[in-house]
Design a protein around this ligand. Structure first.
Ligand code: GLC
Length: 574
């Protein structure tokens, strides 16, 4: 099947063939398949819907598209519970749709990155079902973490680990004869049993799955919970509760264990067997940026998400500090730093940063001026806010149900849980589900979203969509943006951040965005200055926006002169 489907496996659209190291400064757009576009009108997004919108993504100017999982799945965690790693869930389409999507994307010059979920499978996966049927002592149980319970009758979980979604990380099974049985580990929902990466069959299976999708022509993988695969030997107790609050800051026996790196070294060898630089990006929650850098050593994965950046509040000092520490930590291993503001697991950055669209736009222009690769989440280019008033009866995030009554750890958005950032995209100003599809949408869209739709914004120079388009067009033609591994900080008043990015090619013209000739507006610049005012007052920046330079782009209205308005980022060509 794969062989037949994939007789053309490489990106061949404009600009893709001749870009070695394409991933180092790539802008990668995350599509959440159930919420992007619905081709068959069942209220749920699908591959044919995504395919029909690929020209929109090409026109937006991104380099690659990362698709959250579309595999066969009972959808206990929106597809992050995979029942068959080589099949498409019927609600999203089939393998022919996936093949057509990859081909179309490549024809448009877009690369495709798929999500790989190796930490756990679905409890409906054949492996888990067989392990359950065969009962305690079966070697098939060794592919997961089955353990007898503690207490006199095994009625207590084997250790004190807590699920990321709330409650214990263990669920007790029932034996084939109906008696209470062993427990199994699930760091996420009970429908997501953790795989045991000390078992060789697990290694063999995932190497084969990697090859399956590489043969289909994908350009890379986003590795889900890349930090979780290896657990500390003996599964020792944590000795304390509230473990969720320790994620990303503390050393944990189930996350970021050194043994994970051996796995990624073996995967890198497979990726390198394929032409055109196939890549992998780690979702790795680790206590420090230095620990994250270990995942992207030259013989491991290519990129890791920079969650420290995502979690940084809107303040000049904090931003400068995280930018420096991010760049400093990646430099020794030679990997590009990544930047991300929004994804399907967090409150959309417009809402997270305080609700102001001006600030969200300023944050985006800052991110897109930084060296390395940037990740966009579908809908942020429309300035979509988090939906904070979804009624309980439409909620689907398993964390919502597991944490019911325990929402105290949420301080933004609706309750810090994840349905509010997953509401389907508005494409048209009117009509059923604003053009998402003909059959409504699986989560209700706010009535005001027609005004934020693609159709309402396209062509309006003041619209957020046009800001993203302009920024990405400039980024493509200005090597000073995106490239390199450092920034040159400029002196600024408090609350303001400014840095210069220089082109590696020295004094030559950096070219101009499409539709402009070199030297016009971009002024044949050899460097770009990015200046950010994080305060709520305008500031004068005569030493930063120097005479002789030219305006490239601003995240909001920018009066003539050297004043930078509140919550505004500007790009200044030198
Ligand atoms: C990752 C995904 C998240 C999912 C979890 C379990 O964090 O981004 O959506 O729930 O892994 O697979």
């Amino acid at each position: 099947m794969t062989q037949h489907l994939a007789d053309r496996t490489e990106p061949n659209g404009p600009g893709t063939e001749s870009r070695p190291d394409w991933w180092r400064d790539a802008v990668i757009y995350q599509v959440y398949p159930r919420s992007f576009a619905d081709g068959d009108g069942d209220g749920m997004g699908d591959l044919s819907g995504i395919r029909s919108r690929l020209p929109y993504l090409a026109e937006l100017g991104v380099d690659a598209v990362w698709l959250s999982p579309f595999y066969a799945s009972p959808q206990a965690d929106a597809g992050y519970d995979v029942a068959d790693y080589r099949a498409i869930d019927p609600m999203f389409g089939d393998l022919h749709d996936a093949d057509a999507l990859i081909r179309d994307a490549h024809d448009l010059g877009l690369r495709i990155i798929v999500d790989l979920v190796p930490n756990h499978s679905s409890d409906r996966h054949e492996w888990f079902q067989r392990a359950l049927r065969q009962g305690p002592g079966s070697p098939l149980r060794d592919r997961y973490h089955f353990r007898p319970g503690k207490g006199t009758d095994g009625e207590l979980p084997p250790n004190d680990w807590e699920s990321i979604f709330g409650g214990p990380a263990w669920t007790r099974t029932t034996n084939p004869d109906g008696t209470p049985g062993e427990w199994y580990l699930h760091l996420f929902a009970p429908e997501q049993p953790d795989l045991n990466w000390d078992n060789q069959a697990v290694h063999d299976e995932f190497r084969s799955v990697l090859r399956f999708w590489l043969d289909m022509g994908v350009d890379g993988f986003r590795i889900d919970v890349a930090h979780g695969l290896i657990k500390e030997a003996g599964l020792p107790d944590m000795g304390q509760s509230g473990q969720l609050r320790m994620l990303g800051t503390d050393v944990l026996p189930f996350f970021d264990q050194d043994g994970v790196h051996e796995i990624y070294r073996s995967w890198r060898k497979i990726l390198d067997e394929y032409p055109q630089q196939r890549i992998a990006v780690a979702e790795a929650w680790t206590p420090t940026a230095e620990r994250t850098a270990l995942y992207v050593r030259p013989d491991e994965l290519h990129q890791a998400f920079n969650f420290h950046y995502l979690n940084t509040p809107w303040g000049a000092d904090e931003l400068r500090q995280v930018i420096d520490s991010s760049l400093d930590s990646m430099r020794p291993v030679g990997a590009p730093t990544t930047w991300v503001l929004s994804n399907h697991d967090v409150v959309r950055h417009r809402t997270r940063l305080g609700g102001s669209l001006a600030r969200a736009r300023a944050a985006t222009l800052l991110m897109l001026a930084l060296p390395g690769s940037a990740y966009l989440y579908q809908g942020e280019e429309l300035g979509l806010p988090e939906v904070v008033d979804l009624p309980d009866e439409v909620r689907q995030d398993p964390a919502f149900f597991r944490r019911a009554g325990h929402h105290d750890d949420a301080d933004d958005g609706q309750d810090g849980l994840r349905d509010g950032c997953r509401v389907p995209i508005p494409w048209t100003a009117q009509g059923s589900s604003f053009g998402f599809g003909d059959g409504g949408s699986w989560l209700p869209q706010p009535p005001a979203w027609g005004k934020l739709s693609v159709a309402a914004q396209a062509g309006d120079p003041a619209a957020t969509l046009e800001l993203y388009r302009a920024a990405l067009a400039i980024r493509r033609t200005q090597p000073a943006l995106g490239a390199g591994d450092g920034v040159e900080w400029l002196a600024t008043p408090p609350g303001v951040l400014a840095f210069r990015r220089r082109s590696a090619c020295g004094g030559t013209s950096l070219g101009a965005p499409p539709g402009r000739s070199p030297g016009e507006e971009s002024g044949g610049n050899t460097a770009v200055v990015c200046a950010v005012n994080t305060t709520d007052k305008p500031v004068e920046l005569p030493d930063v926006l120097t005479p002789g330079g030219s305006r490239l782009l601003a995240s909001g209205p920018w009066p003539a002169g050297t004043v930078l308005p509140a919550d505004t980022t500007v790009w200044w060509g030198e």
